[in-house]
Design a protein around this ligand. Structure first.
Ligand SMILES: [Zn+2]
Length: 447
């Protein structure tokens, strides 16, 4: 009996040992224990469209997990009628860890114009990209005006723009028209912040901001706006038909221009009729040399008196015989000579030189200053000035209450070449002048 009891105890101990061993073995052969603790979807979507989903996956086991799959179901029970949508790799989950697929919104670019007027509107864009592993719901991109490139409490919030849901890796460029506060002056930066309202839970909450290039902001003083404008002129004798063809463009913008005539011996009666009509419509007909001589070259072998008697005085007389009274002169090739200037000032109120693309202060005229020697900036294709740089020049004239002098030769409907200005550029210039409540002047009207 005693032996039997001992044997039972041994079996009991052995049984316990086997049971314990078995329990350990169960843990090893069933290592993972995955559960879903949350699935998010938007409230509605369109059939055939994309829908952002998130799921939080938890592994309560001690082993590694594999993929987790999403299915579309008409009920809340998983059965063979449900459609497989997509699988997400959750293999890195170990005991007690959760993996949440999160989006991560960043700004990959902010664009601004080169300049704007304080108190005016400015067009902005920002590109928002989801660099995270999860889908992003729709969000708001915020814009700030900053003196530096860092968002701090001194920066002004200037607005926000709705941003669509973004799948991982995708991006959207949002556009916004912002008001620049009155009194802003000098260089500013536009900061764009993805998920500006912090409504999206992201992988990294500290990488939402990027900045633009510098935006130059000008203050316009109301007392300084009375005479700001442009003086647009065109040169040479062979483009009279092309000048006549832009009459409607000039009229559309209520603009006046100055036409400097050269090569007078080639001007025919039909040209003279067209010039008369241009003059009757408020444009100025001025003088550009009887033979279009390069003054500096001619004066190397001739005196100023010879220059006046050959190139200037007979040309004035010829124009008077056609009924014009030229009171302003533009040097052919911009080839100006100081001694010739003194002689020319006896016949003309203004004598004009040129710049091709160096925007010096001398292309800005002070209204009523009677400055005899003036300089004009080229707008023809070959001078290399962009529309933006011409706008900047016009705006500078506005800010400083000046008249910007610009000139070209042949207006053409499109595809401008050497010594040609496109109608598109001409209209953009006149529209910009009009938008800024500036004037157009003939050379005589500048006083
Ligand atoms: Zn010329």
């Amino acid at each position: 009996m005693e032996k039997f009891r001992m044997l039972c105890t041994i079996f009991l101990v052995l049984g316990c040992f086997i049971a314990i061993t078995y329990a350990v073995t169960v843990v090893i052969i069933n290592p993972t224990d995955l559960s879903i603790i949350g699935v998010t979807v938007p409230p509605y979507t369109t059939s055939g469209g994309q829908v952002p989903l998130t799921a939080t996956v938890k592994n309560a086991g001690s082993g590694y997990s594999f993929d987790s799959n999403f299915y579309l179901s008409e009920n809340r029970i998983f059965d063979p009628s449900d459609s497989y949508l997509w699988g997400e790799n959750t293999s890195a989950l170990t005991l007690g860890k959760t993996q949440i697929t999160k989006p991560d919104l960043v700004i990959t670019g902010v664009t601004v114009p080169l300049y704007t007027v304080s108190g005016g509107q400015v067009p902005l864009t920002a590109t928002v990209k989801n660099v995270g592993s999860g889908y992003s719901f729709d969000s708001c991109t915020y814009f700030y005006l900053s003196k530096n490139r860092i968002l701090d409490p001194s920066d002004s919030y200037i607005g926000n723009e709705y941003t669509s849901p973004l799948s991982p890796g995708s991006s959207q460029t949002v556009s916004y028209s912002a008001s620049i506060p009155s009194g802003s002056s000098g260089a500013y930066y536009i900061l764009a912040k993805a998920d500006g309202s912090n409504g999206i839970s992201e992988e990294d909450e500290g990488n939402n901001i990027d900045f633009s290039k510098a935006l130059e902001t000008f203050v316009i003083s109301p007392r300084n706006t009375s005479h700001a404008g442009i003086a647009l002129s065109f040169d040479d004798g062979k483009y009279i038909d092309d000048w006549y063809a832009i009459r409607l463009i000039l009229q559309k913008y209520n603009a006046h221009a100055t036409f400097f005539i050269s090569n007078l011996d080639d001007v025919n009666q039909s040209d003279i009729e067209k010039l008369r009509i241009l003059q009757a419509e408020g444009n100025e007909i001025a003088f550009h040399g009887r033979y279009h001589l390069k003054a500096e070259e001619f004066l190397q072998t001739h005196s100023v008196d010879q220059y006046m008697d050959h190139e200037i005085i007979p040309g004035i007389d010829l124009m008077k015989s056609w009924g014009f009274n030229p009171v302003n002169f533009a040097y052919p090739y911009g080839s100006a000579d100081p001694a010739a200037n003194q002689a020319l000032f006896g016949y003309f109120g203004h004598v004009r030189g040129i710049h091709n693309n160096n925007w010096n202060d001398d292309v800005y005229y002070t209204y009523g200053s009677n400055t005899p020697f003036i300089v004009s900036m080229g707008i023809d294709f070959n001078y290399g000035n962009s529309d933006e740089s011409i706008y900047a020049g016009i705006l500078k004239a506005k800010v400083n209450d000046k008249i910007l002098l610009i000139y070209g030769h042949k207006p053409v409907p499109n595809n401008p070449g050497q010594y040609e200005t496109s109608y598109d550029r001409l209209e953009k210039i006149l529209q910009y002048v009009s938008d800024n409540n500036m004037k157009t002047y003939t050379i005589s009207e500048m006083d």
